[in-house]
Write a protein that binds this ligand. Structure first.
Ligand code: NAD
Length: 309
């Protein structure tokens, strides 16, 4: 980013408003737009300039951020009537931070590219409270040049910035992240309902599970040393994991606790246990089992390091 670049921000909702506020607070020249006038007024009071339309933002900015609810909103703002593409010009860079369908990201990136407009995707991790404190996490899909251009802006809004690769890799990383973050929430809900049915002490149960790989510490501890480097020797065998999940699911059934995800996972373990030699392999080899079902070669860290820039 050159010192004089002007910034546009479209979409000032729960996340966009505090993120844009951080840009203004840290001295960036900001033009904002939202179909809802209330947050626009709040940003103007903080020092931003109000735009009358999307095209008006584009006219007054060199880099335009979008933080909109869903794929159709991003497509409409980027490519629709009166949208960014119509007003776009060479050198303009659009950075979409919304969580959307990757197909939309690819379509918007390609269509803007035809107009000479650059595109990066930088979806956001963490919550509104982090956005307010300027402590967001960004997963960025951008060319090396564009990443360098937007980095100071992301640093004004967040504390952790990952360059995932080319445009489109940020949003795909976000979907992988949220798949885990949301799925474990359902598992946590089922497990703690079971703990409730068992009459267990909540604080003690929390202490126990926070001290084991029940925190999904697999990804920090076991996986990088086991399946992700091709070591699937047990460890903890898939056959035993199937037995333990069966015990848990059966206990939950007896306690009258519905365990939707747990039951499905027990069946996945059962399938793996009956396939080839998986029964005796480490339970991290579930990854290899899912990959074999999908016709994929299993990912290994030594082969698939971060994309070189
Ligand atoms: P939100 O609904 O609070 O805000 C969206 C804003 O976009 C609203 O102010 C709305 O008026 C505005 N808008 C909609 N259409 C518009 C248009 N055509 N032109 C201009 N403005 C328009 O949503 P949010 O919680 O801020 O989330 C935004 C995105 O970030 C979503 O994709 C969401 O999934 C993602 N996200 C949210 C959180 C969170 O904790 N809320 C965290 C990370 C990522």
């Amino acid at each position: 980013m050159t010192a004089m670049e002007r910034i546009g921000f479209i979409g000032l909702g729960a996340m966009g408003r505090p993120m844009a506020s951080n840009l203004v607070r840290k001295g960036f020249a900001l033009t904002v737009f939202d179909v809802n006038p209330a947050p626009v007024q709040a940003l103007v009071a903080a020092g931003a300039k109000a735009a009358k339309s999307v095209a008006d933002v584009v006219e007054g900015a060199d880099i335009v951020f979008t933080m909109l609810p869903d794929s159709p909103d991003v497509e409409a703002v980027a490519l629709g009537e009166g949208g960014i593409a119509g007003a776009g010009r060479d050198g303009l860079l659009v950075v979409d931070m919304s969580t959307v369908d990757p197909a939309t990201t690819d379509k918007v990136a390609a269509a803007l590219g035809e107009k000479g407009v650059g595109f990066a995707d930088a979806p956001v991790g963490r919550l509104v409270m982090h956005a307010e404190r300027g402590e967001s996490l960004f997963m960025v899909g951008a060319s090396g040049n564009d990443f360098g251009r937007i980095r100071p802006l992301l640093e004004a809004m967040g504390t952790t910035i990952h360059h995932c690769g080319a445009p489109g890799t940020g949003i795909r990383t976000k979907l992988v992240n949220n798949y885990i973050a949301i799925a474990v929430c359902q598992i946590d809900a089922e497990a703690f309902a079971l703990a409730r049915a068992f009459g267990l002490d909540l604080a003690t149960t929390l202490d126990v599970v926070n001290g084991t790989t029940a925190t999904n510490g697999h990804l920090k501890t076991a996986w990088p040393n086991k399946v992700l480097v091709g070591d699937t020797a047990p460890g903890f065998k898939i056959a035993l994991a199937h037995k333990d999940m069966s015990l848990g699911v059966e206990a939950a059934r007896k306690a009258g606790v519905p365990v939707f995800a747990g039951a499905a996972i027990r069946e996945c373990l059962g399938l793996a246990k009956g396939s080839g030699d998986f029964a005796g392999r480490d339970f991290s080899a579930l990854l290899d089992h899912v990959c074999s079902l999908a016709g994929l070669s299993p990912p290994r860290l030594k082969e698939s390091g971060p994309e070189k820039k």
